[in-house]
Design a protein around this ligand. Structure first.
Ligand code: AMP
Length: 144
């Protein structure tokens, strides 16, 4: 299975934020969209990715005493070196990258265009669905 297959099922929506937004805005957006990361784009309404910010970065900012969250910006806390994937990448390989780099979110890029985002939850679900299906067919084959 490829990342393209997951994106076909879940869609290409990517929630984004400007580097000049405050951390308080990030918290609101994460809760509003029920997700764990926002891709940072500049200019704000473009799909020009300049970083990623996740709930982990917010937690780190809190632990570092960067309060109030309305006084600090995404730019201060985002990760600029974004690890990206491609739609033609196998799901198993992606699980290896996410685990090795200890990240849970991977923006997907094709021909320099942001075409979606995959979370570790999406990868686990895809692998679980595939194994369930395989198990079903194997049982049918064995039991007739
Ligand atoms: P996460 O486990 O995805 O919440 O992210 C943990 C840390 O890695 C945070 O500091 C994120 O900003 C960073 N991070 C998450 N996803 C990526 C990614 N695709 N590329 C680079 N850094 C990332």
């Amino acid at each position: 299975m490829l990342l393209r297959d997951i994106l076909h099922a879940k869609g290409a929506a990517v929630h984004t934020v400007s580097p000049d937004a405050t951390l308080a805005e990030v918290v609101h957006r994460l809760v509003e969209h029920n997700c764990g990361s926002l891709v940072v784009c500049e200019p704000a309404d473009s799909m020009q990715m300049v970083g990623i910010i996740t709930e982990r970065d917010i937690l780190r900012a809190c632990a570092a005493g960067r309060m109030p969250l309305t006084a600090h910006t995404v730019r201060e806390c985002m990760t600029c070196n974004v690890v990206t994937g491609s739609p033609s990448q196998p799901v198993e390989e992606t699980m290896g990258v996410l685990t090795a780099k200890r990240i849970r979110h991977m923006p997907i890029v094709e021909q320099n265009r942001l075409v979606g985002i995959i979370s570790i939850g999406d990868v686990v679900k895809a692998q679980h669905d595939e194994l369930t299906m395989e198990n079903h067919y194997l049982k049918n084959y064995l039991l007739g």
